[in-house]
Design a protein around this ligand. Sequence first.
Ligand code: 13P
Length: 340
Amino acid sequence: MNEQQLAQTAQALVAPGRGILAADESSSTIAKRFSAIGVESTADSRRDYRELLFRSTQAMQKYISGVILYDETIRQKAVDGTPLVTLIEKAGSLPGIKVDAGAKPLPGFPRETITEGLDGLAGRLKEYYDLGARFAKWRAVIDIADGIPTRGAILTNADALARYAALCQEANIVPIVEPEVLMDGNHSLHRCYEVTETVLRAVFTALYEQRVFLEGIVLKPNMVVPGMKSGHRASPDEVAAATIRLFKNSVPVAVPGIAFLSGGQSDFDATANLDALVRAAPPWPMTFSYGRALQAAPQKAWSGKPANVGAAQAAFNHRAHMNSLAALGQWSESAEKAAA
Ligand code: 13P
């Protein structure tokens, strides 16, 4: 393990005004996104769409520190034969790779899941490093409902995240540690707070026990928000206050940065909440690692038509710019409107 390299990569991922593009949708997830815009999901359509994103010069050069890829994408070439990884590197951004094999039912724990993918992971990481990956992602999923999450599911997922993180660091790949507490559901902000706190404490205990080098990870958490079906909404200042209070109590300051997932929030909310978080002057760099909140607009603008590539790139540049401003605590509704 090269600690210096890991720490530098982690810091680059959360550099001021930059954040991560999560473009690592599995084939079934991207098929769902494409179906919403009337596009058939094929290897070529997935390549065309992702190539359009990675060739969005403004976003990639100025606002996107790293791109999380799916196994298929890290091996794909652009139409002109350039590897997609090379497009990302040439823009000055870091290629990353999703390495988990998805959340599967956890035996004995109805409605709960365990994220799989540890078997053979050391070998796959070596191959991904050779393909250009300098960071990785593993997503644990914790749902909130009556009677869940259970302590058993939380500890099992925390343990898997820590095992993954240790294996990544051994391969000189920075692990993005993502324990996602889902935002769906009808729970209150308070319940999200409690569950997220329990989960983060379990995750950092497991990372400690597995001897993970904290200066060489990036944490990818959910924000503390009321469940989307609760009928309640929290203001950006309320979200920021709760989230930062919780993190101060459970995330070591050694962690070089926090890159939030968007989790189904609207584009606007994901940006406004990040801006409020950064304005509250947290002790860590905070930025975005958004999938949907960066891609919904360009997907809609593209709709699978080559003639729309320019419009889709403009939409992506815009969202990346707005989230970059938010990561600096400099976003405003008027910036949003002026640029739109
Ligand atoms: P969302 O921002 O759409 O939640 O996706 C981020 C991600 O990578 C989830 O694993």
